[in-house]
Unconditional design. Structure first.
Length: 383
């Protein structure tokens, strides 16, 4: 019988060694990428600014305060214009304890509210007063915004995330642009922003113009309310693009998206790592687009100034009470006989520990059903 040559006998070991080396190199690359993304994130510890008296953590639902800053500092100066650094956009994102539904509630920046005391950037306490909501950010940054939201709603905010202009633009570009339906023409010569009606794919700069423009929108009055509606529609389209385009399964595209997202965000330490953010992303994935809804806190014209709004009562308080109790804002389908868990759902992933027993879909609906739009709504009308 012909014996294998020494070279032939060595070949499997060479291949095996090469595979081990490649796996080792891959592990190092993943580890370095992980380290790089983590180092991108800026964190602010809110402990001192929030004070000792805060709403209780009533259940294992997760409440994240998402803030869009219009600061012109650093790279954001390319946007042009002048701003003291306001909270251009503020949304409370609620993920139910049982991972069956989520709600994003926008807070109009022009809301007149009773702000609590806040610690200013210089460490001096600024007394609370009746102010426009977006005054909180220039007074004390995201910590003051969180303190204000907790004071107004009684809702315990677990984390905050601030995204600036550059981060928004780069995230949109990283996914190859986002398709959005523009229902009415936009013409703002002062800002040089123009959009025709119809279904269009916007790059990062165009998307930023679209979600920020207030004047020259159809026959509107340039209010913040119509802008909020556009922002919610765009966010739905962005979520659909990220989850359905293969971005999550393409290592290069995913890294580019995460690199853009982490470079220009500021968070609290509790969510200031890729691992913590991934934990929240797992919850969102389990919930699914069809169970994510957006709405705006009920509001009406503020009588002393028609350019401002105030929260409509008791509807606003009822909305926040529903979220505190982890009750959906619109009726949810009844649980199936086999339970509330859907096929493919795994155990809850949370940055705040294991989930409590399910309370979301089996909970009673709130006394009022609020107007919401679903994240999986069609991007463009059917032909």
């Amino acid at each position: 019988m012909e014996q294998d040559s020494p070279r032939g006998r060595r070949w499997p070991w060479v291949v095996g060694g090469l595979l081990v080396a490649l796996l080792a190199i891959g592990a190092v690359v993943v580890w370095l990428a992980y380290r790089n993304l983590d180092s991108n994130i800026t964190t602010i510890d809110p402990a001192e600014g929030l004070g000792d008296v805060r709403p209780a953590k009533e259940n294992e639902a997760l409440n994240v305060l998402a803030i869009g800053s219009d600061t012109r500092e650093g790279d954001n100066s390319v946007v042009g214009g002048d701003s003291p650094g306001l909270a251009d956009t503020t949304m409370v994102v609620h993920l139910s304890a049982d991972n069956t539904w989520a709600a994003g509630v926008s807070i109009p920046r022009d809301s007149m509210v009773q702000m609590p005391d806040c610690v200013g950037a210089d460490g001096v306490v600024v007394p609370g007063a009746l102010r426009q909501f977006n005054a909180a950010y220039p007074i004390g940054g995201p910590v003051c915004v969180q303190r204000t939201v907790e004071s107004l709603t009684g809702l315990r905010i677990d984390h905050f995330v601030v995204v600036d202009f550059v981060g928004f633009v780069e995230m949109v570009d990283a996914v190859g642009g986002v398709t959005i339906y523009i229902p009415e023409p936009i013409s703002d010569p002062q800002s040089k922003i123009y959009f025709e009606t119809g279904c269009q794919t916007l790059d990062g700069k165009q998307a930023l113009d679209y979600v920020r423009v207030r004047k020259g929108v159809g026959g509107g009055d340039g209010s913040d309310i119509s802008r909020i509606e556009r922002q919610q529609a765009f966010l739905s389209s962005l979520i659909q693009k990220v989850t359905s385009s293969g971005v999550l399964f393409n290592p290069i595209d995913l890294y580019d998206f995460l690199d853009a997202a982490t470079t220009s965000v500021t968070t609290d330490p509790g969510i200031g790592s890729i691992r913590s953010m991934a934990s929240v992303a797992v919850r969102v994935r389990q919930i699914g687009l069809e169970s994510i809804e957006f709405t705006t806190v009920p509001h009406e014209v503020y009588p002393p100034d028609p350019n401002r709004v105030q929260w409509t009562q008791p509807e606003a308080d009822e909305m926040w009470a529903a979220l505190r109790a982890d009750e959906p804002l619109t009726p949810r389908p009844a649980p199936t006989p086999s339970g509330t868990a859907r096929a493919g759902d795994g155990p809850s992933a949370s940055t705040d520990g294991p989930s409590a027993p399910a309370t979301g879909s089996g909970a009673p609906s709130p006394s009022s059903s609020f107007d919401t739009t679903r994240a999986d709504q069609p991007i463009c009308p059917a032909a």
